[in-house]
Design a protein. Structure first.
Length: 287
């Protein structure tokens, strides 16, 4: 059985690829190695993967349909896991065209290839951001998610709808996962836990939004890869499945900063900022 993992040089894609190859599964990773954050981190993750015989890497942009078709034709994937995307809520406001290219055009190309090349199932990353500022917590997959407050969230919700349509029309089994603030080793330098830790260590001020009245349901990377692995192994035939993948234990932003201060032995210099209209105040998963 052959797996395609897209975004394999990214944070979650790297960990999942490692998990799959350690289980003896044959994995092909695709990544365009873009410079949204430090490329040397992506290169280091990739170096760890290509040292395994059952891992093959193809550098390619999923938004390039002709290239993707050639890859699908020659590689003959059984299963596809889509973890490539342009993350970043704020980034989707300042660079909307990049988010559309990597989250919508690329996703459409992938769906088309799954259809054309008889892929057995597709699993893809959605996001807790689809819940927007819904007052109902914890967030359940049964909740209405028609009010995304950033373009990033809208692309994720659009992915869920597009995937459903391909499942309905072409009988492709699909699993969508709404991840909640994933953290851990080899993590993303653009995320708050990483930026805050670095700035506190260096004595650089940190920007705290909404006077710190924010909460995030952090989810440890090993729990994410374990969930994805079990869902991949538990093949349910022809379903369309959606799951929240979250720690179910929201942490207040100020408590989070105090904890970092204690562990790093440095006081944070805090600049209080108004909340941005694209920021979600709290996330809390009903898993
Ligand atoms: N990390 C989180 O907390 C979190 C939370 C919710 C959802 N997600 C989603 O999970 C998935 C993985 O996130 P991550 O944290 O590993 O992000 P990441 O940025 O570390 O990984 C994404 C990878 O995809 C690659 N990529 C982007 N566009 C591409 C394209 N057009 N073609 C080929 N490769 C491309 C990037 O180079 C990168 O290596 C994403 O879909 C993200 O939106 C992540």
């Amino acid at each position: 059985m052959k797996y395609l993992v897209t975004g394999s040089s990214g944070f979650i894609g790297y960990h999942l690829s490692r998990r799959l190859i350690n289980e003896g599964i044959e994995v092909t990773g695709i990544d365009n190695m873009n410079s949204y954050y430090d490329v040397t981190l992506k290169e280091s993750r990739l170096r760890n993967l290509i040292s395994h015989d059952n891992f093959k890497f193809i550098r390619s942009d999923l938004a390039e349909m002709e290239d993707l078709k050639k890859i699908f034709m020659s590689e003959k994937f059984d299963y596809v896991v889509n973890l490539a995307a342009q993350p970043g809520v704020r980034y989707s406001i300042t660079n909307p065209e990049v988010s559309i290219r990597s989250n919508i055009n690329a996703f459409f190309n992938l769906l088309e290839c799954c259809k054309m090349y008889d892929v057995k199932s597709l699993l893809f990353a959605s996001s807790s951001s689809v819940y927007g500022n819904s007052p109902k917590v914890p967030s359940s997959i049964k909740d209405n998610v028609d009010h995304p407050i950033s373009l990033y969230a809208a692309t994720k919700k659009a992915n869920e709808l597009m995937a459903y349509t391909y499942h309905h029309l072409y009988n492709i089994p699909v699993t969508g996962l709404r991840f909640f603030t994933v953290y851990g080793p080899w993590g993303r330098p653009d995320m708050a836990y990483y930026k805050f830790a670095l700035n506190i260590m260096k004595g650089i001020p940190i920007e705290v939004y909404n006077k710190g009245d924010m909460e995030r349901d952090f989810t440890y990377i090993d729990d994410v890869t374990e969930s994805v692995y079990r869902l991949l192994m538990k093949n349910t035939g022809s379903d369309y499945r959606l799951f929240n993948i979250g720690g179910e234990n929201p942490v207040n932003l100020l408590y989070f900063i105090e904890t970092l201060e204690k562990i790093l032995g440095n006081k944070a210099e805090i600049i209080l900022k108004e909340i941005h209209t694209c920021d979600v105040k709290r996330t809390h998963a009903d898993s």
